[in-house]
Design a protein around this ligand. Structure first.
Ligand code: XMP
Length: 315
């Protein structure tokens, strides 16, 4: 894609041709699905309904921020609170691939319910090229199943429409700017959300820990960027590891959990390098996470691995 404006024009035309009736759009607030939702709304007007699902796997304050983003871009949407059913679907699931599949299946069930209520037969998604390349296929190994690709259950009734499926992340950002999406440099956040940043079992307590750790990483990186102590990294977040580790709080030895901080530079997410972050910023992050989660998280690690061989997310 060379010209984002030309891409938008042809995407609108294809959406009009590809959607004769009504469509639902899965809008997560991420840049990919926001761009897809805006394209669909521009192409089809009231024949499209954007649905934002609060899965309970979102970051701190995210549902509010997404609402503001949608209002600022003029995207009309319907919020759906569904944390109970997603947590239930993840009960007892530790394997990341099964997590993605369970989440994918739950999303589809929910969108089918929304679609039948709205009278839609198509589902617009913000799938981009790395999603399906990494989800594998006849000729590729599966690196991971993106919940919106390999995670889709067989026998899904809705037909998929994916206007961004040939674009890479940097191209989507250019399209988003053309569509007037503010903050188009916002953090990428995986569709399965904190479920893949909580290693092992996912429950409300562990999600809360991951949420606090993530907020601290985001706040400290953004503070360092604002104070010009750090150039804005491409992606930064925390992962709650599936490890029990010993710490001390006051005079007591405690068994707590460990968090890994991931800060990377990348262009298109296909490769990445671990960012060289000054040690005082990392030390502040470690102190704040362990103070805000006393006895719960007792150890903070910094991930120094590039992609490849590691991926950006841990799961
Ligand atoms: P990886 O971990 O594959 O991540 O190096 C590359 C980029 O994709 C994001 N990511 C996901 N996005 N569903 C998504 O929508 C997923 O399952 C998923 N897994 C990873 C990741 O945050 C990074 O920006």
């Amino acid at each position: 894609m060379n010209d984002p404006q030309a891409f938008v024009t042809s995407a609108l035309e294809q959406l009009r041709q590809g959607i004769p009736d009504r469509a639902i759009v899965a809008a997560s607030g991420g840049i990919d699905s926001t761009a897809a939702a805006l394209l669909a709304q521009r192409a089809l007007g009231d024949r499209v309904r954007a649905v934002f699902v609060d899965t309970g796997l979102l970051r701190d304050g995210e549902a509010d921020r997404v609402g503001e983003l949608f209002r600022a871009t003029g995207l009309k949407y319907r919020p759906v609170e569904a944390s109970g059913r997603f947590l239930k679907a993840l009960e007892g699931v530790r394997d990341p691939e099964r997590k993605r599949k369970r989440i994918g299946a739950e999303f589809v069930r929910l969108f089918e319910e929304e679609a039948s209520e709205f009278g839609a037969d198509r589902l617009v998604q913000g799938t981009i090229a790395p999603d399906w390349i990494e989800s594998g296929g006849a000729l590729r190994d599966t690196i991971k199943t993106h919940h919106n690709v390999g995670g889709l259950p067989k026998g899904m009734r809705l037909r998929l429409v994916e206007p961004l499926r040939d674009l890479y992340k940097d191209e989507v950002r250019a399209v988003a700017r053309t569509l007037g999406i503010p903050e188009s440099d916002r953090q990428p956040f995986p569709g399965p959300g904190l479920a893949v940043r909580v290693h092992g079992a996912v429950d409300r307590d562990r999600l809360r820990r991951a949420r606090v750790a993530n907020r601290v990483v985001e706040e400290e990186v953004e503070r360092a960027v604002a104070e010009r102590r750090l150039a804005r990294p491409w992606q930064y977040f925390a992962v709650l590891l599936d490890a029990k580790t010993v710490g001390v709080t006051g005079d007591n030895r405690v068994h707590g959990e460990a968090v890994s901080v991931r800060i990377v530079e990348s262009v298109d997410a296909m490769t990445a390098t671990a960012a060289a972050v000054p040690s005082e910023i990392l030390a502040t992050i470690a102190r704040r996470i362990t103070r805000e989660l006393p006895g719960e998280v007792v150890r903070v690690l910094y991930d120094v691995t590039d992609k490849p061989p590691a991926t950006i997310e841990w799961e």
